[in-house]
Design a protein around this ligand. Structure first.
Ligand SMILES: NC(=O)c1ccc[n+]([C@@H]2O[C@H](COP(=O)([O-])OP(=O)(O)OC[C@H]3O[C@@H](n4cnc5c(N)ncnc54)[C@H](OP(=O)(O)O)[C@@H]3O)[C@@H](O)[C@H]2O)c1
Length: 355
């Protein structure tokens, strides 16, 4: 049953949540440093740090996050923050080899002849000789050239002339150069990954995809696990990011109750002396996945760092009931590509909304 006896009282001060324990918890309160082994043999931390948005803050927050203990930094060419991320890494003083850095190739650089140059641009801006992981950001290709979002006179995206399989084969070659230690994909459907498995000799090391208690994708996650493709959850806090309330991709459903406001998460958190945010992140980690929450606020970064703890099976079962199959990140119409075609959370997609 998903109703739990509260063992802690919660109060709020200056916007920060504190837990005041009336009696010692019967559970051991720990923060772990879980990592997973990718199909390449390399390790990837369970807890990481997203860098989408707030470019002016990224240098300092990346540096702070690393100093506080984060060891996985996720970025992307299209976020326009790679220089700031690179400076943040240097500023942190944490040796490069202790950090797992992932970036993503953007859709206008998918032509096979552009892929290595695009990675070189990322490496230059990140000021590093290699990335630990290079992801294909979406399966859709855009017209090659300097314009990240090439559009025709009607404002519609102009597709590229090559396919994501061509791009993948070019990415495969990069693993031999040492500039990308591993390659993976993001925002792919199962069918699109099956195509890669069929038409290439490299199993993606990672699939980075939207996953949170409102979009659990249990069947797909099970399939990815069987294929030894590690899942990194983006937007792990669900509709926390205001971006989803502002973009036409997900306008209506993004206004549903925020994941972290679900009372059951607060109840579960009270058992462990943890906040709903920490419970949501721990749910991802206890499911065998990595999570990459983004934050530019010091105390939030610290809170997120304390989110690697064991959740009891009954609490995992409670969180499983929150699966609303609500997908917030769906730019299918804008990108002129039916994304996630065989996955959950795409019903009723029409211009300007996803449900
Ligand atoms: N592959 C893809 O297509 C894709 C798509 C989306 C995102 N991503 C990656 O995933 C990362 C995370 O995704 P996201 O930014 O969409 O969603 P998110 O990390 O789930 O949510 C970010 C929002 O949560 C807030 N937040 C973070 N920690 C918090 C805490 N402890 N308490 C209260 N609020 C907290 C942040 O606030 P502040 O910003 O005010 O600190 C921000 O508004 C991105 O940065 C990016 O690296 C990848």
């Amino acid at each position: 049953m998903c109703s739990l006896a509260a063992s802690a009282a919660r109060t709020s001060m200056f916007g920060r949540s504190f837990f005041l324990f009336r009696k010692p918890s019967t559970r051991t309160l720990t923060t772990r440093a879980t990592s997973y082994t990718l199909n390449t043999g390399a390790k990837i931390p369970a807890l990481g740090f997203g860098t989408f948005q707030d470019p002016d803050s990224q240098e300092e927050t990346v540096s702070q996050a690393l100093q506080k203990g984060m060891r996985l930094i996720d970025t992307a060419r299209v976020y326009n923050v790679e220089e700031q991320v690179g400076r943040g890494i240097k500023k942190s003083g944490v040796p490069r080899e202790h950090i797992f850095v992932s970036t993503k190739l953007w859709c206008n650089d998918y032509h096979p002849d552009d892929v290595e140059r695009a990675l070189d641009d990322s490496l230059r801006d990140l000021d590093t000789p290699y990335v630990d992981l290079l992801l294909m950001h979406y399966p859709c290709t855009f017209k090659r050239g300097p314009d990240r979002f090439p559009r025709n006179a009607e404002g519609r995206i102009i597709p590229g002339e090559t396919t994501y399989v061509d791009t993948w084969k070019a990415m495969e070659k990069l693993t031999n150069t040492g500039k990308a230690k591993a390659i993976g994909v993001s925002n792919f459907s199962q069918g699109e990954i099956e195509t890669l498995l069929r038409e290439s000799s490299t199993v993606p090391a990672v699939h980075q995809m939207e996953t949170h208690p409102y979009l659990q994708q249990k069947k797909f996650n099970k399939w990815l696990l069987e294929k030894q493709i590690h899942v990194v959850q983006f937007s792990p806090l669900g509709n926390m990011n205001d971006f989803y309330r502002q973009t036409g991709w997900s306008k209506k459903i993004a206004h549903m109750m925020r994941v972290i406001d679900q009372p059951i998460l607060k109840e579960i958190g009270q058992k462990y002396g943890k906040s709903p945010v920490q419970v949501v992140l721990a749910w991802g980690i206890n499911s065998g996945r990595s999570v990459i929450p983004k934050s530019v606020v010091d105390w939030q970064i610290e809170e997120n760092l304390e989110a690697d703890f064991k959740l009891q099976p009954e609490d995992m079962a409670c969180i499983a009931t929150l699966d609303a199959k609500a997908r917030f990140n769906d730019p299918s119409l804008d990108y002129e590509w039916r994304l996630y075609s065989d996955l959950e959370g795409i019903d009723g997609t029409m211009r300007g909304e996803t449900h």
